[in-house]
Design a protein around this ligand. Structure first.
Ligand SMILES: [Zn+2]
Length: 138
């Protein structure tokens, strides 16, 4: 697991640019598999718990088993996650926290004060993103 903080650009609805910092946590394959197994186990546990609920078990049990498979596949291929960040809105100068979310580029967030929708593309050092700090490792 490795946390990397990038200083990068964010783009507003009229293509205006602002500054944002995002923190990305990268997972190694082994860790991704571990998280995938954990998600599957939780869903199986919920499915078993659902067995004891009359009527509801008809949809709870297959529902959790299917959800478990999807969660397993989702976590298995997930190699990184955005753990947080912040961006300063150029319209109202408010700094808004970027919520934790999966790395599905481009990501979006809404300014707390003026509701401007900002878009952040995957940080690319060739396009001016700066790797501010990284820590972690094995
Ligand atoms: Zn704003």
């Amino acid at each position: 697991m490795k946390d990397v903080t990038y200083s990068t650009k964010m783009e507003g609805p009229n293509h205006e640019l602002g500054e944002a910092q995002i923190q990305i946590r990268y997972y190694e394959e082994k860790e991704a598999k571990k998280r995938a197994r954990k998600a599957l186990l939780i869903c199986c546990g919920l499915a078993v718990a659902g067995l004891f609920l009359p009527i509801a078990h008809f949809f709870l049990v297959p529902g959790f088993l299917i959800a478990g498979i999807f969660a397993f596949l989702f976590f298995k291929k997930q190699s990184g996650q955005i753990v947080g960040g912040e961006g300063t809105c150029t319209r109202c100068q408010t700094t808004t926290n970027i919520p934790a979310q999966p790395c599905k580029w481009p990501i979006t967030f809404v300014c707390d004060k003026c509701r401007t929708l900002w878009t952040i593309k995957e940080p690319d050092e060739k396009l001016g993103a700066v790797n501010v700090s990284s820590n972690g490792g094995h």
